[in-house]
Unconditional design. Structure first.
Lengths: 180, 100
């Protein structure tokens, strides 16, 4: 699949079919995340793949931003201890989150290319997720990716025009080439 | 005494409310409104597990309406406000019927 087709075609999927996702596809998606850029090449990301229906159900209960039960969840965590040891305060408080976000985007595009739908979720209760998944204190759950075969085809949401968000050389100086 | 299935569903609902109460401190303000409106949908769903509650076409329609429109919150504030007004009006009209 062409990269731009994936970028423009991916939607947040909140309704999934019950069909199982095979492990090969999940592993391919995780590996796409592994190849995201990482500040200082620290790679503080840790992935917890959840396929157990009961655990998914439990996570959903404490995740107001999750609207159905997908067959797979990928919980992207950051190892704050490693991030701090190798990247200082910047690594712990900023780069580790950015790294996880970039890994998440790689994963969601890869999933789309494999015919799967995803939705990235931040609205979950960290303490509850930590308890459910037995995550140690130095590891922070940053994002959850709901993964499965889409049972809906959402219309694209509105996007701000490029001309509203792009400047040339100086902030607020419009770039004429960027069309409205 | 409620069934264990019902108890689980009630706990699920409480988990949603408790997590929302905690998360809304840091989340965008409008999410608080969204969680409340979503809670109505979840509450109506919960009623299905209470044996003494009969099927209620008004509540079922209200749930469908909420689930179909709630995500507009992310795209269009004006449309979201109109949707919230419509939910309130639907409930008022239903309650008014009972007073006649």
């Amino acid at each position: 699949m062409d990269l731009f087709e994936a970028i423009y075609g991916r939607r947040s999927i909140r309704l999934f079919k019950g069909d199982e996702v095979n492990d090969e596809k999940i592993i391919k998606i995780l590996d796409a995340g592994r190849w995201a850029p990482s500040g200082g090449n620290i790679q503080p990301w840790r992935y917890i793949v959840v396929k157990d229906k009961n655990i998914i159900k439990l996570i959903k209960m404490f995740s107001p931003g999750m609207f159905s039960e997908p067959p797979v969840l990928i919980v992207i965590c950051s190892d704050k201890k490693e991030a701090f040891e190798r990247g200082g305060v910047l690594g712990r408080d900023y780069l580790s989150i950015v790294d996880c976000a970039m890994a998440a985007q790689n994963m969601m595009l890869a999933a789309y290319a494999l015919g799967l739908g995803t939705c990235v979720i931040k609205s979950f209760n960290s303490k509850a997720i930590r308890e459910i998944l037995e995550i140690p204190n130095h590891v922070e759950p940053e994002l959850i990716i709901a993964l499965g075969y889409p049972a809906e085809k959402p219309t694209p949401p509105p996007r701000k025009p490029l001309s509203d968000i792009t400047f040339l050389n100086r902030y607020q100086k419009r770039w004429e080439k960027v069309a409205k | 005494m409620q069934s264990s299935e019902l108890r689980t569903r009630i706990l699920e609902y409480i988990a949603y409310l408790a997590a929302s109460a905690r998360n809304s401190i840091e989340e965008p303000h409008i999410y608080g409104s969204f969680r409340l409106i979503d809670a109505i949908s979840r509450l109506i769903n919960l009623l299905k597990y209470i044996p003494s509650v009969k099927e209620d076409s008004f509540l079922e329609e209200l749930k469908k309406f909420i689930d179909a429109k709630k995500y507009v919150m992310m795209f269009n504030t004006q449309e979201y406000l109109a949707f919230l007004d419509e939910v309130v009006l639907k409930v008022v009209r239903e309650l008014k019927k009972q007073t006649k």
